[in-house]
Design a protein around this ligand. Structure first.
Ligand code: 9MR
Length: 359
């Protein structure tokens, strides 16, 4: 063999040895597999050393939990306030992470001046277009994907009442999802390079709600409405989740030509007064995390997996459940990895190297 051939063999051997080295972090495994693994963040916590160190070490994607919502950005009717969102973008850029934006249109978390403003449909239409345009232009080139519309459907797949839809709406009430379509069109005009997502809860597996999401996205794609993806939130509170149903839903959505992101994954458990969950429940939880990661990664169109926070120290579940549930995330309150962290890494590491559309 010539020297070059020896060198080639040595390089292949070296590469395969490197590939077999266990990943040192979730982020390392994700980078290697070519997927985005992210988490929701609160800018006020970035000054906590353990929080920011864990975040930068373990994730290649961040999403503001609340910092880009109407309530924060338009707390007052006056100028836009981007300070909280900018803090997150700055952190992400300093650590080579991508940013998902959340969210531009929601019936919830709107400031009082808007919710109680008695605006006419024409005024609301102008306010919404201005909001989408100003926020997306501010973050153009920094936020690669947006939840344009969040949770527009009820558990039966019907449009929910909303100031943007029918109370009084932006002038498209009684026209089905026309207000959603309009928001996507404004979003595309504002930043043609951003990926535009519809984000929803309780429509992760096959059910009446995911049927409605599917029908809407199919119609949008058919008519050239600029939608690029569906966010499956994945707030799970039961330990009998059928992950094959989630995989089937991901398959039918991606067959429409859209990407899927798992956007808000957490699996809450019953906890005692100190917030501690049972050992068996934690092991069971880890297997559900594994199943969800697998359901996503087996489909090349599922390009990001994101948890809703990463440490049990800070999660929306505690206050929402009055302390009866929690322990929903891959790190415990002391930032120690839980069994769910191990199964996520194991599952991502099984994935052969790929260049996903999300990277
Ligand atoms: O975790 C978020 C919490 O801090 C906020 O108070 C709440 C209202 O804005 O929203 C929570 O996040 C929600 C997300 O924006 C949309 N899907 C459901 C999430 C959990 O409620």
């Amino acid at each position: 063999m010539r020297f070059c051939d020896w060198l080639r063999v040595a390089l292949v051997l070296f590469a395969s040895l490197v590939a077999r080295c266990p990943a040192q972090s979730l982020r390392q495994a994700a980078d290697h597999a070519g997927v985005l693994v992210g988490t929701a963040v609160r800018p006020g916590l970035l000054s906590e050393a353990a929080y920011s160190a864990t975040l930068a070490r373990e994730f290649n994607l961040v999403e503001p939990e609340d910092a880009m919502k109407w309530w924060t950005v338009r707390h007052e009717a006056g100028p836009f306030d981007f300070r909280a969102g900018d803090d997150i973008v700055r952190f992400a850029q300093a650590h080579g992470m991508k940013v998902r934006g959340h969210c531009l249109v929601w019936d919830h978390n709107n400031p009082d001046w808007l919710a109680q403003g008695h605006f006419t449909p024409a005024q609301l239409s102008q306010l919404l277009q201005e909001h989408i345009t100003t926020v997306m232009k501010h973050y153009a080139g920094q936020v690669f994907a947006w939840d344009v519309v969040n949770e527009a459907l009820d558990e039966n797949g019907h449009l929910k009442d909303s100031p943007w839809y029918n109370q009084p709406g932006i002038g498209l009430a009684e026209k089905g999802p026309a207000y959603i379509e309009q928001a996507f069109r404004w979003a595309h005009e504002a930043d043609p390079h951003a990926l535009l997502f519809y984000n929803e809860n309780q429509g992760e597996g096959l059910n009446i709600k995911s049927d409605a999401i599917y029908a809407m996205v199919k119609d949008f794609r058919h008519r050239g409405v600029p939608i690029d993806g569906v966010g499956l939130q994945m707030h799970i509170s039961r330990l009998d989740l059928d992950t094959s149903s989630v995989a089937a839903n991901i398959a039918r959505l991606t067959a429409l030509g859209v990407q899927v992101h798992i956007t808000e994954l957490d699996i809450s458990l019953p906890v005692d007064a100190s917030g501690v969950a049972g050992k068996d429940d934690l092991l069971h939880q880890a297997e559900i995390y594994r199943g969800i990661v697998r359901a996503c990664l087996q489909n090349p169109g599922c390009t990001a997996i994101q948890t809703w926070g990463f440490t049990d120290k800070y999660s929306w579940i505690g206050s929402h459940s009055h302390g009866t549930r929690g322990a929903a995330l891959p790190f415990d309150r002391a930032y120690k990895p839980k069994p769910a962290y191990d199964t996520m890494i194991e599952e991502i590491s099984r994935k052969p190297l790929r260049v996903g559309p999300g990277l």
